[in-house]
Design a protein around this ligand. Sequence first.
Ligand code: GUN
Ligand code: FE
Length: 433
Amino acid sequence: MTPLINCAIGIDDNGTILSVTTPDDPDHAGILSDARLADRLQQMPSHTYLIPGLVDLHIHAPQWPQLGKALDAPLEEWLLKYTFPLEAKFSDIGFATEVYDDLVATLLAHGTTTAVYFGSVDLEPNVVLAKACLKHGQRAIIGKVAMDHPETCPDYYRDATPDDAISLTRAFIQTLAELQAGGQLLVHPAITPRFVPSCTDALLEGLGDLARQTGCHVQTHCAESDWEVAHVKERFGKTDAETLAQFGLMTNKTILAHSNFVTDGDMDSIALHGSAVAHCPLSNAYFANAVFPARRALDRGLKVGLGTDISGGFSPSLFETARTALVASRCACSGTNPNLPQVERGTGEDALTTTEVFWLATKGGAEACALPVGAFETGRQFDALGVRAGDVTSGFRVHASDSHQDIFEKLVLTANVASLSHVWVDGVQIDTA
Ligand code: GUN
Ligand code: FE
């Protein structure tokens, strides 16, 4: 990672990056003086570092009230005991409005400038979520959750028929287009089969057709837990990834949450389809009892980014998620059982580095969700954070002896919500106070 020192980032009225220059660049002085003359120059205060905004690839919006609790059951029990009853409550639009306003504002304050959300089954609360993103200025991909299987979904919380789920998904896509007619798109729709076990064959097939017809994003869970893998194998005689591919749900705009138990063949198929993995290290510690093989996935050419998986993960912060990914990777690679000799303890693969988890949280995430953000490069949108060192509430401290690489590593490992002095989306600064 080479930090740019005293750089200028030129953006147009739409927030698209036109230039990135440093003082030794011949255009730099001219760009600065033009911006100053036009009264458009914004200078960062000292000890404030600019980084791309964070991209959270996997959030369950209606699980926000459950953050930090109810983590005492395995996935298949947790869904029925806690999560479906909570998500069903979002048919109350007053409740949805209050919760989603708080969720979007909180995630922006934590530096999440792009959020990929699972909504809930009903249509209207998902529109409420989209309006909250537009109101606060958060870039988002949102899906109406599709789930209709009577054996895995309760009567009180499921699509009545596959056709219902498909027509509500179509209606949601249409509503988002109408909400943003004539403007730049900030909120995008995603086709969202919850996961294979919660969908009938007819629904999976219909959603695959819809993905082909519309070219929309697709998001789902894939090979998250032993239970899920066994369930899908028993039903289809195939892996989760093979089943999703069979139904046309593996596209170059598909985000597969978790994917812990994918085979090497699945990984090659995911890479070939141009699909991406949302690595959710924190919830994996609860529901997967495994660590996503991130090194192998990157080596095999998969697109990978990070997800908080609210509320299977208990942190709203992608900084924290990046640190969890780092620690989980180190534990998996070196191993954890002190009763084994060192050489037998872990996978022996190289653990993720600080630079790599930062990349996953920014550019990797952007590429995974096919949006032009995540890096300061011409042609991308200016979604950015100002990170300030030195406040007493911020863990981020810089000392005179620190090199630029030291400062970068300190920022990734120690910055917290109090360190974030500025948040921009599409070049517009957002008030997160
Ligand atoms: N699989 C199906 N639904 C869910 C969910 O809400 N959270 C997680 N972590 N996995 C799921
Ligand atoms: Fe999830």
